[in-house]
Ligand binder design. Structure first.
Ligand SMILES: [Zn+2]
Ligand SMILES: [Zn+2]
Length: 304
C-alpha cells in the first residue's frame, strides 16, 4: 500500500517544557510531505525525523498562536540558506503574511524561492488543497482566535487490473485505463467481458483528521465520521475541566467522547498542558471512553 504516514514532531502546548516540543506534524502521502502547524523547533525535529525538505511544499497553519507558528520563520530562513528554488505554499487563517513579510524583508532580503500565502476562512469547511490523490479540507474549530483543523482525504484509486485475466481475454494496452475506471471490455468479436472479471477493487481511501486547539465540538461528528485516524487536542484532564472551558481547550474525556460518537478508527491525543508530568492520566481518562486511543509523542510515526 502506498505511504500515508503521520509523523509527530511536537505535541506540547504553549508553555515550553523539556518533555515536549510545541505542535507540529508531518503527513507523508506517497512521499509528498504536508506540514501541519509549525511550533518553535520544528525544523530541528523535522531533521531528526529524517524527513526531506525537498519533499515539503505545503504547510498548513491552524491558527496564529505562537505554539503553532513560531517555528515558521526559522524554517523559511533555513530553506533560503539551503538555496531552495521551489515555491513554498503556506495555508493559514488571515494575518500571517502581514506578520511575516517585515521579518522576511529584514532578514532574508535575497530569497532564493517564493512563498505563496493562501488564507482560508475559518467559519466554514473549505477545500484548501487538491491533487490527483488527495484533498485537504478545513475543519472549523472554536478557539480564542480564528482556528481550523484539517481533513486529509485520499481519493478513491482506480481498480487493479487482474493481469492473468487481461492476458487471457487479450485486452489491449490502450483499453486498460478505461477498465481500471470501471468499464467492461468488448472483444473484437463483440463478446462483453464484465469488469468484475478483469479487476479487483483498490484499497479504500484513507482519511486523517487534525483537530487543533478548540473547545470540544460535538457538531464535528458528521465531518469526522469514520476517519482512520483523528488527532484531537486534549490539553487537560477532568481535574482541569473548568480551565479547559475558560481557555477554549478540550479535556481527554471530551476528545474520546467525540471519537466514539464519530466512530473513528483510532484517536491520537496531544497538545498536553505543561502541568502534566505524566500524561498517562490523560490516556486513561480517554481510553475509558474510547479504547483505541494513543498518546502523541515526539518522533511517533503512525502508518495508515
Ligand atoms: Zn496551542
Ligand atoms: Zn491556541
Amino acid at each position: 500500500m502506498e505511504k500515508f504516514e503521520l509523523n509527530i514532531l511536537g505535541c506540547g502546548s504553549a508553555l515550553p517544557t523539556t518533555r515536549h516540543f510545541p505542535t507540529s506534524q508531518v503527513l507523508n502521502v506517497r512521499e509528498k510531505l504536508f506540514m501541519i502547524d509549525c511550533g518553535e523547533g520544528t525544523q530541528l525535529q523535522f531533521r531528526k525525523a529524517r524527513l526531506k525538505f525537498s519533499r515539503l511544499n505545503h504547510i498548513f497553519i491552524s491558527h496564529l498562536h505562537g505554539d503553532h507558528c513560531f517555528g515558521l520563520f526559522g524554517l523559511i530562513s533555513t530553506l533560503n540558506l539551503l538555496g531552495r528554488t521551489a515555491g513554498l505554499h503556506i495555508h493559514s487563517p488571515r494575518g500571517l503574511e502581514e506578520l511575516l513579510l517585515p521579518l522576511l524583508a529584514f532578514f532574508n532580503r535575497q530569497m532564493t524561492y517564493q512563498i505563496q500565502f493562501h488564507e482560508f476562512d475559518t467559519e466554514v469547511p473549505s477545500l484548501v488543497y487538491e491533487d490527483r490523490s488527495l484533498t485537504v479540507t478545513t475543519i472549523p474549530l472554536q478557539h480564542r482566535i480564528p482556528c481550523s483543523g484539517f481533513l486529509f482525504a485520499e481519493k478513491q484509486r482506480p481498480n487493479h487490473i487482474i493481469r492473468d485475466m487481461a492476458d487471457f481475454y487479450g485486452v489491449p494496452v490502450y483499453e486498460m485505463n478505461r477498465i481500471k475506471n470501471g468499464s467492461d471490455y468488448v472483444t473484437p468479436e463483440g463478446q462483453v467481458i464484465p469488469n468484475r472479471l478483469l479487476t479487483r477493487p483498490s484499497e479504500p481511501p484513507r482519511r486523517y483528521a487534525y483537530c487543533s486547539d478548540t473547545v470540544c465540538l460535538s457538531g464535528l461528528v458528521g465531518q469526522l465520521k469514520g476517519v482512520d485516524l483523528l488527532f484531537h487536542e486534549a490539553t487537560f484532564g477532568a481535574d482541569n475541566a473548568p480551565r479547559a472551558r475558560e481557555t477554549f481547550h478540550t479535556t481527554a474525556a471530551q476528545a474520546a467522547t467525540l471519537a466514539r460518537d464519530a466512530e473513528v478508527k483510532q484517536l491520537l491525543i496531544g497538545h498536553f498542558s505543561a502541568r502534566y508530568e505524566d500524561e498517562s492520566v490523560l490516556l486513561k481518562e480517554a481510553a475509558d471512553i474510547f479504547p483505541h486511543t494513543v498518546l502523541a509523542k515526539e518522533m511517533l510515526r503512525i502508518s495508515l
